[in-house]
Design a protein around this ligand. Sequence first.
Ligand SMILES: [Zn+2]
Ligand SMILES: [Zn+2]
Length: 159
Amino acid sequence: MRIFEETLSIPINSIPRGTTRETFTLEMKNVPWGIPEAELSSEEGYLDLDIVRTEYEIIVRGFLEADFSVQCARCLAPVTVPVTAEIERMYSWNPDMLSDPEVEQVSHNDGTVCILDPVREAIILSLPAMPLCTEQCRGLCPRCGINRNIENCEHDFEA
Ligand SMILES: [Zn+2]
Ligand SMILES: [Zn+2]
């Protein structure tokens, strides 16, 4: 199989009938992730795909493993989080199946199945809701805004 990093899509003519399992090493910066809440942290990501191709459909299961950088919820420092984003999608040529919202159309324009949207959604769901640089992070002073992990301020002893 082949994968186009620029669109995170797989050309259909590279997918054999039956089950194919393959791991791709992605150059993370080549993929248009478009995730405003996280920046890339690792240069490479591992995309492990299990693809089943039948006459009318292509079922894609797998996961992406990569590190992303998010902001500490208390002090805004960058925090690296390892993400495992799992996907499962079905793509079909069969018009009868496309009424099912879980099924996506195989693109006839460029002859690929595009997995960028499901992988992006899975990454966003895998990000921690309240990332912390450390459990003990003291955060920013709500009065003067200094980083209390680095320095103290006169507001430290106020209620
Ligand atoms: Zn922090
Ligand atoms: Zn202060």
